[in-house]
Design a protein around this ligand. Sequence first.
Ligand code: ADP
Ligand code: MG
Length: 238
Amino acid sequence: MASITIQSITKTFGTVPVLHDIDLSIADGEFVVLVGPSGCGKSTLLRMIAGLEDITGGEIRIDGRRINEVAPKDRDIAMVFQSYALYPHMTVADNMSYSLKLRKTARERIAEAVGAAAGKLGLDPLLERRPKALSGGQRQRVAMGRAIVRHPKAFLFDEPLSNLDARLREQMRAEIKRLHKAIGATSVYVTHDQIEAMTLADRIVAMHGGIIQQVGNPLDLYDRPANLFVAGFIGSPA
Ligand code: ADP
Ligand code: MG
């Protein structure tokens, strides 16, 4: 598990400011959900935590170390996206072992890690299939399998369920929460779906226009929204 500290973060694309002075501390093992409308800067912030986006101002530390000072291969962070980004020509097993092979992990350790991840996600019968022979939910499970084989300290999810139908979304929500606990990782989860936010989050971070509007547990935001934006988003009772 990892603590994540985001301090005075700003981001500008060209001359366009996208994030304004973001401060947020995420504790070891916490499940934090970033919510807000499309374009408010959620993915940009998540990508910055992953070290995939330059920081304009401020700093992000994972377990006290500045993210840009850690080599990409040593960042114990896994990202799961909406588009599963599986390698189409590789089997499920190869998709899951690829990052370990890149790191020159021993063959037996790879088999062990893939087997354990497949077991956790119910992927055993699918290991020799290719992505095109899988359903949307199965692909999303492989994407998660690929993320957990490296035992990441932190999971970053960017709207991972938005391509799935409602029933599957509900099932996968429960699965993500279970995995988060079983693996003992810290999770940051981006969504624009308020039900996902309310059911998954230890704490919700409501964003609008590149600014954090409110941080609190789901009930806090529901009972005491800080402003009209949060009230509208969470859908406070009439
Ligand atoms: P969200 O994930 O909340 O929908 P994003 O973080 O993707 O929002 O985008 C925030 C804003 O930054 C948007 O206005 C988007 O157009 C802009 N943006 C994102 N990535 C880039 C980029 N690489 N270059 C220029 N503008 C970008
Ligand atoms: Mg986004």
